[in-house]
Design a protein around this ligand. Structure first.
Ligand code: CP
Length: 306
């Protein structure tokens, strides 16, 4: 039995296979409509979510399966003090696979150790968000035709943004990637990503504060919101939250085919006027999230569709 805790749990070859499957699902949805008849996914969300939880549920429904779960810790027995370990032992009796989001780093990993069904990390604190990374990789590969030979700007809250941490780990395995890490001083990438991931792998990267200066060289721009829920005080959040705002004026500095990604939800960091720009890919990205989660469910449940 296999779980998904980190994007590195899949080799590059396995990722290719998964993304190919996601593309086939997109092209031939009817072929997969009964692939998971009789199967159930449990979505155990101890933190708020729109895309991840609902795209997992849409994915299982599209495959002919069913969904159960909870969308907040308050509406589960966690509110009475139940541990994640006990919860997963019970959920293993009710479902065939589960996706768990939790504010504590490592909680899905703890669950996986007690689980008799595959556990998918749907975001753990400021740590990892591997299925967002699968979504990002599918979006980039589908719209650009490749996963190497890019200069990618990662902009915003690089300290707490788990999507950025996971994406960097996944992308360093592809050739000729340069990272431009764009953040205010206080929201720079954590030391462990800088040292243990980027430097240790001799990965080319620069850390800068100016989005305007970085824009002209970027092939991809990955915007992120400032993670309000991870700040210790409101004052710091308010000071940081509008540090970067991508608008049509700034986009004049960018390449005509630069792709704009964002895991969403967006707050103010991308003006709504940018949504009409053909370079904006973030709503298509959310759609790709369903196909890749369908592919992931099939892979972890070892369901083959001929
Ligand atoms: N991208 C993402 O994780 O969105 P949600 O928080 O809405 O799931």
């Amino acid at each position: 039995m296999r779980h998904l805790m980190s994007p590195l749990d899949f080799s590059v070859e396995e990722l290719d296979k998964l993304l190919n499957l996601a593309n086939d699902i997109e092209a031939n949805p009817k072929k997969y409509a009964h692939a998971c008849d009789g199967k159930k996914i449990a979505t155990l969300f101890y933190e708020p979510s729109t895309r991840t939880r609902l795209s997992f549920e849409a994915a299982m429904l599209n495959l002919g399966g069913s969904v159960l779960g909870f969308s907040s810790a308050d509406s589960s027995s966690a509110a009475k003090g139940e541990s994640v370990s006990d919860t997963i032992r019970v959920i293993s009796c009710y479902a065939d696979i589960c996706a768990m989001r939790h504010p504590k780093e490592g909680a899905p990993l703890v669950a996986s150790m007690k689980s008799s069904i595959p556990v998918i990390n749907a975001g753990d604190g400021g740590h990892q968000h591997p299925t967002q990374t699968l979504t990002d990789l599918l979006t980039i590969r589908s719209l650009k035709g490749r996963l190497g030979n890019f200069t990618i700007g990662l902009c915003g809250d690089l300290k707490f943004g788990r999507t950025v941490h996971s994406l960097i780990q996944a992308l360093i395995r592809y050739p000729n990637i340069k990272f431009v890490l764009i953040s205010p001083e206080e929201l720079r990438i954590p030391d462990n990503i800088r040292e243990d991931v980027l430097r240790k792998n001799n990965q080319e990267f620069v850390e800068v504060a100016s989005l305007e200066d970085a824009l002209p060289e970027l092939d991809l721009l990955y915007m992120t919101r400032v993670q309000k829920e991870r700040f210790f005080n409101e004052e710091d959040y308010v000071r940081m939250k509008d540090f970067y705002i991508l608008d049509s004026e700034k986009l004049k500095l960018a390449k005509p085919d630069m792709m704009i990604l964002h895991p969403l939800p967006r707050v103010n960091e991308i003006s709504v006027e940018v949504d009409e720009d053909p370079r904006a890919a973030y709503f298509r990205q959310a759609q790709y999230g369903v196909y890749v989660r369908m592919a992931l469910i099939l892979t972890l449940l070892e369901v083959e569709v001929c």
